[in-house]
Design a protein around this ligand. Structure first.
Ligand code: DSN
Length: 402
């Protein structure tokens, strides 16, 4: 292997094994998923869709892609699945294109309140191509009555749900009713909670939304990539054209093989048990922060928000940097109504998808809250905090063994 790259991969492996990974959007893909990612399927051009390709020699990648489509449909109970999007952001661009080919008005949640860049941020393509208006949260929660009132006033063409930093359950049925009442389309970006939905630990948006997008690498624990689902045959055709040839060229068949592998894993009873563990660990950690008197959101899913400014007098950035010093990885995150800028923020987003894969349990999740609390409030030294991190991670699986 390229020695420079090999050296860096070795260092990153060590970092991943020695640390406590609390970034809510990260996970550890299985050996089988990683094997597919690095397979010879990367050699193949396959523009188009199974049995309608622009290149010869596609008989085996056709079967790979069909397997991925079938497993994805089974996993989420959808009639149509496009497994080609290279990422969640691209899946969203493609879904918008299929739903609103001539542009239009989209009602969504702003990035600062837990939305995503592609949900109308001024620095994303989305705000250049569509007219976004935003529904506010009420005490950090979705306010369905408020969303209905706003939808009546704004008359959007589309309501968008599904978030990057929202710790509570989402009622997709209620949102569909709002869309029906005002006569607009409904799209869900389920990237963060796709694993919970697959394991039936969260209401599925598939029966309610016109189009559902997702990434495959967060709670779903597959390779980095995207998918788009619908139950509507006409929309399925428009989605296919939006993915190829409108936005993308050749599909990444090695990644599609890895997606197929991940969908099969997610259909297993072990995956359901894993997701239950993620939710329990997240709750245990969040409750421990609350018990210690810290300012923390609630949690119904795989993540919660910790207000580090109010709890420890530290911005999210400073807390993130300080924790990096003891191999605890988090990400600074805007909190609802945050007064600080996105490069500073008032808090951290904390999630348990990754370390539950390595074997973290509820007792350890509580210990992690205590460790972060004691270290950020200077009750323990960096040296002592590092010993606790070593002790916590020593019994977990190494990432090479997953
Ligand atoms: N960047 C991802 C996250 O961390 O939530 C969303 O795309």
């Amino acid at each position: 292997m390229d020695k420079d790259i090999e050296r860096l991969i070795r260092k990153e492996t060590k970092r991943q094994n020695e640390g406590i990974e609390l970034i809510a959007s990260e996970n550890y893909a299985s050996k089988d998923v990683r094997k597919a990612c690095s397979s010879i399927l990367t050699n193949k051009y396959a523009e188009g869709y199974p049995h309608k390709r622009y290149y010869g020699g596609c008989e085996f990648v056709d079967q790979v892609e069909e397997l991925a489509q079938e497993r994805c449909k089974e996993l989420f109970g959808a009639k149509f699945a496009n497994v080609q999007p290279h990422s969640g952001s691209q899946a969203n661009a493609e879904a918008y294109r299929a739903l609103l080919p001539n542009g239009g008005k989209i009602l969504s949640l702003v990035l600062n309140d837990g939305g995503h860049l592609t949900h109308g941020s001024p620095v994303s393509f989305s705000s250049f191509m569509y007219n976004f208006v935003f529904y506010p949260l009420k005490d950090g929660h979705l306010d369905y009555k408020g969303i209905l009132e706003m939808a009546k006033k704004e008359k959007p063409d589309l309501i968008l749900a599904g978030y990057s930093a929202y710790p509570y359950a989402i009622d997709f049925k209620k949102l569909r009713e709002i869309c029906d009442e005002v006569g607009c389309l409904f799209m869900v970006d389920m990237a963060h909670i796709a694993g919970l939905i697959a394991a039936k630990e969260h209401m599925s948006p598939v029966p309610y939304a016109d189009v559902v997008t997702s990434t495959t690498h967060k709670t779903l624990r597959g390779p980095r990539g995207g998918i788009i689902l619908t139950n509507d045959e006409e929309l399925a055709k428009r989605i296919n054209s939006a993915v190829f040839p409108f936005y993308q060229g050749g599909p990444l068949e090695h990644i599609i093989a890895a997606k197929a592998t991940c969908f099969r894993e997610a259909l297993s009873p072990e995956f359901k048990k894993y997701i239950k563990g993620v939710v329990e660990n997240t709750k245990a950690c969040q409750e421990e922060f609350a018990r210690l008197g810290d300012e923390v959101s609630g949690s119904d899913n795989h993540l919660f928000l910790l207000n580090t400014l109010k709890s420890f007098g530290l911005t999210g950035l400073d807390a993130q940097k300080k924790l990096e010093g003891i191999n605890v990885t988090t990400n600074k995150n805007m909190l609802p109504n945050d007064t600080l800028k996105p490069n500073k923020t008032s808090g951290l987003r904390i999630g348990f998808a990754a370390i539950t894969t390595r074997g973290c349990n509820k007792t350890e999740a509580r210990k992690i809250a205590k460790l972060i609390h004691d270290y950020l409030s200077d009750k323990i030294s960096q040296k002592d905090a590092k010993i606790i991190v070593k002790d916590l991670t020593k019994n977990w699986k190494l990432i090479q063994q997953i």
